[in-house]
Design a protein around this ligand. Structure first.
Ligand SMILES: [Zn+2]
Length: 78
């Protein structure tokens, strides 16, 4: 696997270009945004995008939102 242009910090989801690559895996990385430097908490962009795509599938039924109106709030209960 070739070295990606950048990796994703899983702590703050920032793109990190300051990392060293070693035969198919992240060897060292340093996130300037949050200071994270644990290689295990970085993800390759392709892996990260796949996870995001799965999450977005759940947004489909936005149109089913129903407005139940304010009827219950107008009774002047004092
Ligand atoms: Zn970070």
């Amino acid at each position: 696997m070739a070295r990606p242009d950048y990796i994703i910090c899983l702590e703050c989801e920032t793109e990190v270009k300051d990392f060293s690559w070693r035969i198919g895996q992240i060897h060292r990385a340093k996130c300037e945004a949050c200071g994270n430097d644990d290689p295990d908490t970085f993800s390759l962009p392709e892996d990260f995008e796949a996870a995001v795509d799965e999450a977005q599938d759940e947004d489909e039924d936005e149109d089913e939102y129903q407005d139940y109106g304010d009827d219950d709030e107008d009774e002047g209960d004092e």
